[in-house]
Design a protein. Structure first.
Length: 241
């Protein structure tokens, strides 16, 4: 049974907190947004500071489509560092004009976005937001940001979240796992029973058993212990950087 996340608040991710603090101090800004990027190029598990929840909700609800530096545009441009001031032409003039109204209402004067890549796949992003009171980005600052990007990317490479993403990609590509089969596998590795899996995913016990049998077949194993061992082997071979 799923628990109310408010009863068990997620502890802060110290590695991400260090990345955000380092970038804010180095680039002399007061607000930041860190997010993971899923396989649909959507933000996941966003962590922000100095930026109101209401403004971010407005962004997610409609403004994202007009943002020159939204994930899809950044990924398609292959940019690893971009700023609104220099790269606003990634969106049409009309889109950017519409987006500028939102920026002014949110008191954002400029944005610098980092995109972090794992080989040819974007896995996370970090936005540094300037307010009118912050010093603007200058050429030296942008040069420093370009040098920071591979440093932060390297430090995130061993993050458990990224290792889990790599495993998911490999299971999908090499073993033809479905998204549901990956979810079931994750729960089985955590020691969940079939009943636990059914409750957690909101599916029938019979459906769980079908998924388990297909997972065993795709991995060439016969029981849960062998499954755990096989997945660990896959991680050692393909997940670690």
């Amino acid at each position: 049974m799923q628990q109310d996340p408010r009863l068990n608040p997620k502890p802060p991710d110290t590695r991400i907190e260090e990345v955000r603090r380092f970038a804010l101090e180095a680039l002399r800004a007061t607000s930041s947004i860190f997010y993971w990027i899923d396989d649909r190029q959507e933000m996941q598990d966003v962590e922000h500071s100095g930026f109101s929840r209401q403004n971010f909700s407005q962004y997610q609800a409609g403004m994202k489509a007009y943002d020159p530096l939204n994930i899809a545009r950044l990924v398609n441009s292959s940019k690893r560092v971009a700023t609104l001031r220099q790269d606003h032409d990634l969106a049409s003039p009309s889109d950017f004009a519409h987006y500028k109204c939102y920026l002014e209402a949110s008191r954002i004067s400029d944005v610098l976005d980092f995109v972090f890549w794992d080989k040819n796949r974007p896995f996370a992003g970090l936005g540094i937001l300037k307010s009118p009171e912050d010093p603007p980005f200058c050429a030296d600052t942008l040069g420093f940001a370009e040098a920071m990007q591979p440093y932060i990317e390297f430090n995130l490479a061993a993050h458990p979240r990224l290792q889990s993403q790599r495993l998911t990609v490999h299971l999908s590509a090499s073993f033809k796992f479905t998204r549901r089969e990956i979810e079931v596998t994750t729960l089985l590795r955590a020691g969940c029973t079939n009943h636990d899996v059914a409750d957690e995913l909101g599916i029938s016990l019979g459906t769980v058993k079908t998924h388990v049998m297909r997972i065993f077949d795709k991995l060439g194993v016969e029981n849960r212990a062998s499954l755990v061992s096989r997945i660990a082997q896959v991680e050692n071979e393909t997940v670690l950087p």
